[in-house]
Design a protein around this ligand. Structure first.
Ligand code: NAP
Length: 340
């Protein structure tokens, strides 16, 4: 039912933690390396990201077996993630930087051709890294360069010049500063636009995806074009200011979880994995971090899949703040409301 282009499972003996896990990996088609991307990433977007909490969460995550970390210049988590990586290397939790897969993202006010490389260089300094594994355009929209990051004032929203911004992203890959490049929150239409001038096609499109927002049409398009989908907010970001309870409190998912002796979170993550996609999930709680990794030694049944496919669809992240009568996207529908 599910097919991954798995090069080799990423074996973690978890000796320090008793958590034996095997995290499969996916090779990205347009990457400049053959290094693969672990199918589970550790998210670092939080309403308050204090350094001490984040550093200890990342160190714990590494001990448990996470090797793929997702950050963005917007999240304010790059510095602490970088510090945690430096500590993990110095105490030998990982033997080499190459053992980790790090993703970061270009924010809207840097989404101008001349600002892309400086923005990546700034992220690299914050992360204390010489390269990142994946650099994504965070949203398909630009904003006035010198203005604040979030929220973006209506008058600062600008259409993105996909051609020149993507060419600058390609330069980042050519320089070896980003091993792969991709996008986030792009619709089929925006991907099509980007692909029409791209020399290096995007490796990844990171989008909201869960059993409650399944993204079938977008996933078909991505698959046909060799683009790997990474699911963000796979649990509906429950408890976060941008989140919803509709995923974790969904009755169908609760019933399946009960019948299988799993948690709703595990059912959500396993479902994404069985769709053949990658996911990033955030927890700074050791038990939940562990729980989220325990999805590789069991399967959902065909009946479970049928039930999940009938769940009423609801998009959580509508980003109405980026939609304006004066901006490049006049309505939420125009702003990439891909349907299921
Ligand atoms: P999420 O991973 O769906 O949910 C995170 C929330 O769920 C946290 O409140 C966490 O709390 C809780 N949680 C985690 N595991 C749990 C479990 N097993 N049982 C119960 N609750 C659990 O949402 P997200 O953080 O929005 O998405 C994941 C990552 O995707 C982000 O951190 C970020 O890196 C990325 N992201 C990208 C974009 C984009 O535009 N590209 C947008 C949003 C997110 P605890 O920490 O207390 O466990």
């Amino acid at each position: 039912m599910y097919v991954h282009d798995i090069r080799s499972p990423h074996k973690m003996d978890g000796a320090a933690t008793n958590t034996a896990s095997v995290i499969p990996e996916v090779v990205l088609s347009s990457s400049s390396t053959r290094k693969a991307m672990p199918v589970i990433g550790f998210g670092t977007a939080a309403d308050s990201n204090d350094s001490a909490t984040l550093i200890s969460a990342v160190l714990e995550a590494i001990k448990l077996g996470y090797r793929h970390f997702d950050t963005a210049s917007l999240y304010g988590s790059e510095q602490a993630l970088g510090e945690a990586i430096a500590q993990a290397l110095s105490v030998g939790l990982v033997t080499s930087r190459d053992d980790l897969f790090i993703t970061s993202k270009l924010w809207c006010n840097d989404a101008h051709s001349h600002l892309v490389l400086p923005a990546l260089q700034k992220s690299l300094r914050s992360l204390q890294l010489e390269y990142i594994d994946l650099y994504l355009i965070h949203w398909p929209i630009s904003s006035t360069p010198e203005k604040g990051r979030w929220p973006i004032d209506e008058q600062d929203l600008m259409p993105m010049d996909f051609k020149s911004v993507w060419a600058a992203m390609e330069e980042c890959q050519r320089l070896g500063l980003a091993k792969s490049i991709g996008v986030s929150n792009f619709s089929c239409k925006e991907l099509q636009n980007l692909l029409s001038s791209a020399t290096i096609p995007p490796s990844v499109n990171q989008v909201e995806m869960s059993p409650v927002w399944q993204q079938k049409k977008l996933r078909e398009f991505c698959k046909a074009n060799g683009i790997v989908v990474t699911a963000f907010s796979p649990l509906g970001a429950k408890g976060c200011s941008w989140g919803t309870h509709q995923v974790m409190e969904n009755e169908v998912l609760q019933e399946i979880a009960k019948a299988r002796g799993k948690t709703v979170a595990q059912v959500c993550l396993r479902w994404i994995y069985e769709q053949g996609e990658i996911l990033v999930v955030k927890s700074y709680n050791k038990e939940r971090m562990k729980e989220n990794l325990q999805i590789f030694d069991w399967e959902l049944s065909e009946d479970d899949h049928n039930k999940i496919s009938q769940i009423k669809q609801h998009r959580m992240m509508r980003k109405e703040e980026l939609v304006s009568a004066r901006g490049p996207y006049k309505s939420v529908v125009e702003f990439g409301m891909e349907s299921f």
